[in-house]
Design a protein around this ligand. Structure first.
Ligand code: CTP
Length: 393
């Protein structure tokens, strides 16, 4: 059955960002029911939320009932998660003090679902000891908070109080729906490209964006694992509650991976690691001369192979990006690098693989299992991969 998120929208300039939250949740096939406070409707019309959620929006407790049910009770019961975003000082204060005087506050009071507040307000308001005391009280009672971000606020002030990004809020909500089958496990993930510097201004690298590795790290975190993500340069947001270690070169990745390897239960190497480095790095910028430039690149470490050689209890997973003979090449890497699983993807397709949101992979196991997945989002690939690793499929 579809999961249902009841989204409480209270009034503030960040209301428009709640539209993005609805749209991201719908893309993940979540049913969304929106309750707006009266002041929220001053910023964005209920019709916008209705169109995106494809459900009636509830605003007023005393309007004509749309169905034969007591609205605030039925929504309270329907909610698998109750998200309040943006949450103003007012709604936080009301709930903390037992005030239920409109549709949103009554429904929050009546729900047994987990309630998550994503506050957004002026930084001085947020830091006001009354607001902070209300937040602390609610936390003690089991309500959860997604801390606001810092930056320039709509009022011009700079400080903490910006609604956290819709992606991060939706990530947190989705993590509540996941089976916590990796609690107590330590998962090490590598992601993104590495670079091979040539001189102080130049380097070579590859087309990896890190999306697949970041999706894997988030899935592991959502399932309860303690996650370290060793990442080459990417433009992706820093994921919450993940130990992110940034590196640039093959050597730096190797050093960091080795630091965490012994302690890890599952290692997933999705990074596109450079196999070559320049023979002689030039400390001065290479100036142009007449004629061609010849550079010699020498072999660098195969980090995964080294891990395969020394692994003991660890489950080791590699990736194989191939442009031909997908299965055969992947199978060879599985054996050669002593892996437990390999995730093989065909990089010749335009709408999957590097830089795209989707991936189409085949997962091979050392026992000879072969699981072909349809084209799907990288987070779904990550979910399937862990289902396979924990033996759910
Ligand atoms: N890998 C690694 N260190 C390298 C190269 C690759 O740890 N120097 C890891 C990658 O993170 C990935 C796997 O090995 O998990 C396969 O990477 P890939 O580039 O597809 O394979 P290679 O072994 O480099 O072989 P080739 O480039 O010939 O395809």
């Amino acid at each position: 059955m579809k999961k249902c998120v009841v989204l409480g929208v209270s009034g503030g300039i960040a209301v428009y960002k709640a539209l993005e939250i609805v749209s991201l949740l719908r893309k993940k096939d979540i049913e969304v029911r929106v309750i707006m406070t009266k002041s929220a409707t001053e910023f964005v019309t209920p019709l916008s939320f209705q169109s995106l959620s494809q459900n009636m929006v509830t605003c007023d407790m005393f309007s004509e009932p749309k169905a034969w049910e007591i609205q605030h009770i039925s929504l309270a019961e329907k909610a698998d998660i109750f998200l309040v975003a943006p949450a103003t000082a007012n709604i936080i204060g009301k709930v903390a003090n037992g005030i239920a005087d409109d549709m949103l506050s009554t429904t929050i009071m009546a729900t047994k679902a987990k309630v998550i507040f994503a506050p957004a307000m002026n930084t001085n308001m947020y830091n006001n000891p009354i607001v902070q005391e209300n937040i602390e009280k609610l936390k003690r009672l089991g309500y959860e908070f997604i801390e606001p971000a810092s930056g320039r606020l709509a009022c011009g002030d700079i400080g903490k109080g910006k609604l956290e990004s819709p992606e991060i809020i939706v990530d947190k909500v989705m993590s509540e729906f996941v089976n916590k089958d990796l609690i107590g496990k330590k998962v090490l993930v590598t992601a993104g490209p590495t670079i091979s510097p040539i001189d102080p201004v130049r380097f070579i690298t590859n087309r990896s964006t890190g999306k697949m590795g970041y999706a894997i790290a988030k899935e592991a975190r959502n399932r309860g694992a303690e996650v370290t993500l060793i990442s080459g340069p990417t433009s992706l947001d820093v994921p919450k509650n993940i130990n992110l270690v940034k590196i640039s070169t093959n050597n730096e990745m190797k050093d960091e991976v080795n630091k965490y390897f012994g302690d890890s239960d599952i290692i997933i190497k999705s990074a596109a690691v450079a196999d070559y480095k320049i023979e002689k790095y030039s400390t001065q910028k290479i100036k142009k001369l007449e004629g061609n430039l010849d550079l010699t690149f020498i072999r660098d470490s195969d980090i995964l192979m080294e891990l395969g050689n020394k692994k003991t209890k660890q489950i080791l997973v590699g990736f194989a990006a191939e442009s031909q003979n997908l299965k055969e090449n992947a199978q060879n890497k599985l054996l050669k690098k002593n892996l437990d699983y390999i995730v093989a993807n065909d990089i010749t397709s335009n709408d999957t693989g590097f830089a795209s949101e989707d991936n189409k992979v085949v997962i091979l196991s050392k026992e000879g299992k072969e699981i072909k997945l349809d084209k799907m989002s990288k987070s779904e690939v990550a979910r399937n991969l862990f289902d396979i690793i924990v033996g759910k499929r």
